[in-house]
Each structure stands twice: as structure tokens, then as C-alpha cells.
Write a protein of this length. Sequence first.
Length: 131
Amino acid sequence: DSACYVDRVMSTATLYHGAHTRFALHVGQCWTPCERAAQAYADGSGIVAEAELDLDGLDVWECEGYDRDADNAPGDSLASLEEWDLPTDGSIDVIIFDDEDMYGRPHKTYRLMSELAVARLTVAQSDEVAA
């Protein structure tokens, strides 16, 4: 039995991304609904971006749990997709999974797995974090 399931209920999500340096959208990028976690990833001197993700019609999978010991999250690699019993045919647009920041604080992560998912993300703002 897989710990992952298709989530067909969600429509939009407000998300944040913390980057140490320059901000650039790309497939594989991770976002979180937790602004505090994004600020931690920005490490006090980087950039935190806020965005709206339109999930309507996207193939969204939600996975419970996270392999903290191996630091293995769904979508890290093709092998991780197989380990989490997720489709490996490129059909997934977004994977939502349990995660934690570098301080061990838990949060959800939304990993953008397709160009369509990246195109559905509307960045509202991107600010440098005050040191």
C-alpha cells in the first residue's frame, strides 16, 4: 500500500520559496505554505518569494511521511518516485509531502514536477530577507 494518493480537492494555494541567492522558477522547485520555513531556507540574507499556485486540473499527489534518516523525499529522483510508489511516466504535476527545515521544524512542501505546474504559479512578490 502506497502512502501517496491523488488529491483532487485543492484549487489554489498560497506558497513561499526561500532561496539563498537569486530566485528563478524551475521544474523540481519546492514551495511551502509556511512562510517561516521559507525564511529559514533563505537563511537570513536570501530571498523569500510569495506565489499563488492554481492547482485546478493538475495531477496532484499527496504523500504522507518523509524519510528523515535518508533525507529522501518524493520527487528527489526517479528512484524516489519508485520508492514512494508514484507514477514515473512524467504525468505528475505537483507532489505535496511532509518535510522539515534545517532546524527540524515540520512543514508541507509542494514540489513542482512539470512545466505546466511552473506555468500555473503566479509570483506575487520576491523580497530580500532582512539580515
